[in-house]
Design a protein around this ligand. Structure first.
Ligand code: ADP
Ligand code: MG
Length: 699
């Protein structure tokens, strides 16, 4: 039923709800859950209010009211403990009439720091109710709880305040609930003790009491995680049944030659992972494995040895990287390992010259090239392999499933190639299970010996002269320095401007010919980019000024300082990735996080964590907790390609495990969900929300 049929929702509000919250029907509205609850009967003292609190509710008396420039209404209110300013930019006249000095109201809103004091912009205003007038008359825990829903500025100015949302939900429950069908099969509800959907929806929006709320939450989280897992595992079941893999029983000569010539022993973790991969490749089933390992953990080595297994069994292998620079780097790096094997490799990227390209195409088709390294250019239609047996994809998160499937189609051996996906983004286990539920996961959880920890330092603008002095000292010792600027949006003019301004400043303070600075960013021509990049990699430039997106993959062991500008704008995992670019050589390395003076609570937390730990998995867990639902207005789960309404991958690991087992049990009996009793499951799975198509956004 269209949302417009609810009392209080006209075409305008309907459009707004659709645009801001993607809610178009009453059913969808009911599935928009509160991310927290307000206890209407509890108030905070103004003296205790702090700007880092998400919301506060105060009961206070109006002291003075002032209209400034006809544009702004300031209302000072006091509750005896202190005074706070309420600010209105809209509905000034109406508020001016309503908020008469001497009258008491309940105010609800987000406190912010302004000029060293706290104010609340556009708070919700309520009359003082009978219960709240006398706190001792509370009606018991939970009875006064109301949901707080995701919201946006546009919703608020469009009149859809928290209070209005509560009203809409009430109307939706009365009008729409009878039409909502149960979405979990009865036997599963019985087996896992799940509350019925109607009960859950009623109590998630208007909890009768704490216990009912918990039951409602459990049921809704379970449902969400169950279907997600069912969707992922079904893909896996179907694939492992239908798709044959290429059996690769041998290790082969090339592998052994390379192995014996290695300049270092493999770490225990590298050995274990290679054993896992070997097991997949000889099994006769297609390998679909995710290889996780922190930056510098030695994934390239594993990739080379894996490729050589394919070669040893008479097949070709490809290694695909997300950027030109990364592909070149890989190509260069693997040469020394391939040298003792005699296996021929080649590079193919968007900027390969036509003649080279022709030659490579020929070599792939006749099989003379054993290992091809490249970018997306590898999956173009005119690239034909003689017998591709293995595809290694580095930094999976930049490849969509579309592109993966294009690779499949290159298979001419009657079976799809084995796939090894490598990522340096550590993903917490619960998340890996969900995002990559259709892949097997291997983890390199050990760094090669002899690595020096990277010292991480937080600094603000005032320290810049000291930073430059420090950079000069390091350069005098023969080291090199990265300076990275955020490029959040490739089309963002401002980002380029700050990079250019920063580069200019550096070139002024580090003048040529005493110093050489290379600048690299995405708007340069490929040749220019490569020229500058090479200058730094070869040690001809002391400083590399670059954007974060494109050049992160470079391996320059002599670089000992990573300066990250506007570090507060990066996420934890990105910061960690960038830091991983130093500390690869034998010298002590440093990572300097430059930020503005004022930091949000979250940015500060991120920066502190970075300074406190170098463990990528620890950081990833924290990152997820920080981005979990309920922390931000309406942006819960930001950054995840899957849409979770209520469950949290960070916090609901136990429910996730149970739900996964439940899904697995169903599929073990009926992998294609064709039996009559599984029709409901089939129907639910068709919902958009459970269609997981794209892993490409995870970072
Ligand atoms: P990743 O791709 O996981 O970030 P790399 O494969 O680039 O890491 O390895 C980082 C560095 O460590 C490289 O210089 C590589 O030669 C070296 N390395 C890899 N494995 C070992 C090992 N077992 N012992 C010592 N050094 C190693
Ligand atoms: Mg690597």
């Amino acid at each position: 039923m269209e949302i417009q049929f609810l009392p209080g929702v006209g075409p305008k509000r309907a459009a707004l709800l659709k645009k801001e919250l993607a809610v178009g029907t009453i059913g969808e509205l009911l599935r928009l859950y509160p991310f927290r609850y307000m206890d209407k009967s509890s108030f905070i003292r103004i003296a205790d209010a702090r700007p880092d609190m998400a919301y506060i509710q105060i009961k206070a008396t109006v002291q003075r009211v002032e209209v400034i420039d006809k544009k702004r209404l300031s209302v000072w209110v006091s509750d005896g403990s202190g005074e706070v300013e309420l600010v209105f930019f809209k509905g000034i006249k109406w508020m001016f009439e309503k908020l008469k000095p001497g009258h008491e109201f309940v105010f609800f809103g987000k406190p912010t720091a302004f000029n060293g004091r706290i104010n609340i912009v556009h708070p919700e205003v309520d009359a003082v109710s009978a219960e709240s007038r006398n706190q001792s008359q509370q009606t018991g825990v939970g009875a006064t709880m109301t949901g707080v829903y995701p919201s946006t500025e546009k919703l608020k100015t469009g009149g859809i305040t928290g209070k209005v949302m509560n009203k809409l939900m009430e109307a939706a429950l009365n009008k729409g609930l009878p039409f909502v069908e149960e979405s979990m099969p009865e036997d599963l509800m019985r087996q896992y003790g799940l509350a019925p959907l109607h009960f859950a929806l009623r109590n998630i929006h208007f909890p009768k009491d704490m216990i009912s709320l918990e039951k409602a939450k459990y049921r809704l989280k379970f449902e969400e995680l169950f279907y997600l897992q069912l969707s992922l595992l079904k893909q896996k079941y179907v694939r492992s049944r239908s798709e044959q893999g290429i059996a690769m029983p041998r290790v082969g000569e090339a592998f052994n030659r390379c192995y014996e010539a290695l300049p270092f022993p493999l770490t225990g973790a590298q050995k274990r992972v290679i054993t896992e991969i070997r097991g997949d490749m000889k099994s006769g089933h297609q390998m679909n494995r995710l290889l996780q390992g922190d930056v510098g953990s030695g994934k390239t080595m594993v990739a080379v040895l894996t490729a050589l297994i394919a070669i040893g069994n008479g097949y070709q292998a490809c290694i695909m990287a997300p950027t030109e620079v990364l592909a070149q780097q890989h190509y260069k790096n693997i040469q020394k390992f391939l040298a003792p094997t005699g296996v021929k490799s080649a590079l193919l990227t968007g900027s390969s010259k036509t003649s080279e390209r022709r030659e490579v195409h020929q070599g792939l088709e006749d099989g003379s090239i054993g290992i091809i390294v490249g970018t997306h250019a590898l999956i173009e239609d005119n690239v034909v392999f003689r017998n591709l047996g293995l595809a290694i994809i580095d930094e999976q998160h930049r490849f969509g499933v579309e592109q993966r499937s294009k690779l499949w189609r290159k298979a001419v051996c009657g079976a799809p190639p084995h796939v090894l996906v490598m990522t340096a983004t550590p993903i917490p286990r619960t998340l890996a299970m969900t995002l990559y539920g259709d892949l097997d996961v291997s983890v390199i959880d050990e760094l090669p010996p002899g690595r020096k920890p990277v010292q991480t330092i937080h600094a603000t603008e005032g320290k810049r002269p000291a930073l430059y002095k420090f950079m000069k000292d390091q350069i005098a010792l023969g080291r090199q320095v990265f300076v990275v600027y955020p490029l959040i949006n490739e089309t963002e003019k401002l980002d380029y401007q700050s990079l250019e301004a920063g580069a200019e400043d550096i070139m002024n303070k580090f003048p040529y010919p005493d110093y050489t600075t290379a600048v690299v960013h995405g708007k340069q021509l490929n040749d220019v980019k490569k020229f500058n990049m090479d200058a730094f990699a070869a040690g001809r430039a002391n400083i590399l000024v670059a954007t974060s997106v494109i050049e992160v993959g470079v391996d320059v062991p002599n670089a000992s300082v990573m300066v990250i500008e506007s570090a507060e704008r990066f996420g934890l995992s990105q910061l960690h990735q960038l830091r991983g670019r130093v500390g690869r050589g034998s010298e002590k390395s440093y990572c300097v996080l430059m930020t503005g003076h004022k930091l949000s609570k979250e940015s500060r937390h991120r920066i502190e964590l970075m300074c406190a730990t170098e463990n990528g998995f620890e950081l990833a867990e924290e990152d997820m907790k920080m981005r979990g639902p309920g922390d931000l207005e309406g942006t819960q789960q930001s950054g995840l390609p899957i849409n979770l309404n209520i469950a949290s991958l960070a916090k609901d690991g136990i429910i996730l495990n149970t739900a996964r087992e439940a899904a697995d049990a169903v599929l073990r009996e009926d992998p294609t969900l064709t039996s009559d009793r599984n029709q409901l499951l089939r129907k639910e799975l068709r919902k958009e929300k459970y269609q997981i198509k794209d892993y490409s956004k995870i970072s």
